[in-house]
Design a protein around this ligand. Structure first.
Ligand SMILES: Cc1cc2nc3c(=O)[nH]c(=O)nc-3n(C[C@H](O)[C@H](O)[C@H](O)COP(=O)(O)OP(=O)(O)OC[C@H]3O[C@@H](n4cnc5c(N)ncnc54)[C@H](O)[C@@H]3O)c2cc1C
Length: 397
């Protein structure tokens, strides 16, 4: 019997497995796809990830972001510039393979190319059935991404909003319309979302995702963005791959632990509802889960609940603020951009969130006065014209 069986070896699974292996526990990690595997993802890491990962991951950084260009067809483009890194760009196949290797080096037994088919929780053990074998563990951790088998087997019920994103890789060694260290966020390309261009060593990752509404327009928007985005003129067309984006779904939050099971990363819907950042939260939740599982297995904690308490304390309040900002941004993109254009200090403070110097909460507390005044001036004729009602939960509080 293993102490812990981790299902899925993306950033969440590799992190929780490595930390538990380092803690001296016996860990089996099961990954459906052969490693390295492609993951539909922009591969953008906010710079605050530095505080969570061992420095070895830096060898995988393909580009460091110092400028974010925000654009919208009906607003002036504006740039967030920083002499310090704002974000790092990685390719997920190489990045995830690196994290999986770290888990192996920590003593974790890694089985890739082995799909989990079913998970059962009994009073004294969990049973994990795969395409090859049947395994027993004291604890199982669902790190198997959006709509994963662990959540489906052991955590019935609605978990949050499932949106979708589309992505493609453009092979190009030269892309003259993008400056070194620059990434593009196009807030007009997708209704209720944005499209992006992220540079990598051997090309560009291009994508589009939706964060509100019914989630039916991202695919078309992706195709249209490829046609119209000036940065991409003259470059080869990439293929299009889609993937679910399991956003934080708001209160009341669903359970993340049972007696012997935990959910981390995308499996737990820990994706930021503002810009869809999930890797940072996958790693962070993996670390929190490892801490709680190790304490439980060593007899230092009665159950796995401290993990849920950590998420409720550190991550959910952040997502609650991010969800409020998302509602404003995607409902009123032009006024939002107009406001930011006029309040450059605010966007610089937002960069501090990505660098890990501010939380969404501290950022919002400082920015809301300025935002309220600026938005109030601009939105009043807008709201009157559209009879738009701001839901109570989204009011700038
Ligand atoms: C289009 C798009 C763009 C994105 N861009 C970004 C970005 O730029 N930056 C960012 O931070 N986030 C981004 N995200 C979100 C990010 O990709 C996820 O949040 C992140 O991958 C979550 O990591 P994870 O380890 O929880 O899950 P995953 O990375 O999805 O890993 C889950 C693993 O579990 C395995 N698995 C699934 N089922 C089974 C099974 N039955 N048995 C065994 N193994 C199984 C899968 O093969 C996979 O390897 C993007 C998402 C999308 C869709």
């Amino acid at each position: 019997m293993y102490d812990v069986i981790v299902v899925g070896l993306g950033p969440a699974g590799a992190t929780v497995a490595a930390d538990l292996g380092r803690a001296g526990l016996s860990v089996l990690a099961l990954e459906w796809k052969p490693i390295p595997r492609y993951k539909v993802c922009g591969g953008g890491l906010s710079a605050r990830i530095d505080a969570l990962l061992d420095p070895g991951y830096r060898d995988l950084i393909e580009a460091t972001t110092h400028t974010v260009r925000f654009q919208h067809p009906h607003a002036h483009p504006f740039h967030l510039r920083s002499s310090e890194p704002i974000a790092y760009m990685v390719m997920r196949d190489r990045f995830d393979a690196h994290l999986a290797r770290k888990a192996q080096e920590a003593g974790v037994r890694v089985h890739d190319g082995e799909r989990v088919l079913d998970v059962r929780e009994e009073a004294d053990a969990v049973e994990v059935i795969t395409t090859q074998h049947r395994y027993l563990g004291k604890v199982v951790i669902g790190a198997d991404g959006a709509g994963g088998i662990v959540a489906r087997s052991l955590f019935p019920g609605h978990r949050g909003r499932m949106m979708s994103g589309f992505e493609g890789e453009i092979s190009a060694l030269d892309y003259p319309r993008l400056q070194a260290g620059e990434i593009v966020f196009d807030l007009g390309a997708v209704r209720n979302g944005y499209a992006w261009v992220f540079p990598k060593t051997r090309g560009l990752s291009v994508g589009a995702a939706e964060f509100q509404g019914k989630g039916k327009t991202a695919r078309q928007a992706y195709d249209a963005f490829l046609e119209s985005e000036p940065t991409l003129v003259g470059l080869p067309s990439p293929c299009r791959r889609g993937h679910a984006l399991p956003l934080y779904g708001g209160q009341p939050e669903p359970p993340l632990v049972t007696r012997r099971a935990m959910l981390v990363g995308d499996a737990a819907h820990l994706v930021d509802p503002l810009f869809g950042e999930g890797i940072y939260y996958a790693v962070l939740s993996g670390k929190m889960a490892a801490r709680a599982a190790a304490k439980y297995l060593r007899g230092e904690a009665e159950d796995l609940q401290p993990y849920e308490a950590d998420i409720a304390h550190e991550i959910y309040p952040e997502f609650q603020v991010a969800a409020r900002m998302a509602w404003y941004l995607y409902t009123f993109p032009q006024p939002f951009l107009w406001m930011i254009d006029r309040l450059p200090g605010m966007i610089e403070r937002y960069a501090d969130v990505l660098k890990g110097r501010e939380t969404y909460r501290s950022f919002y507390a400082k920015a809301r006065g300025e935002a309220k005044a600026a938005l109030g001036t601009l939105l009043s004729p807008w709201q009157q014209r559209n009879s738009a009602k701001i839901p109570e939960s989204n009011a700038l509080k």
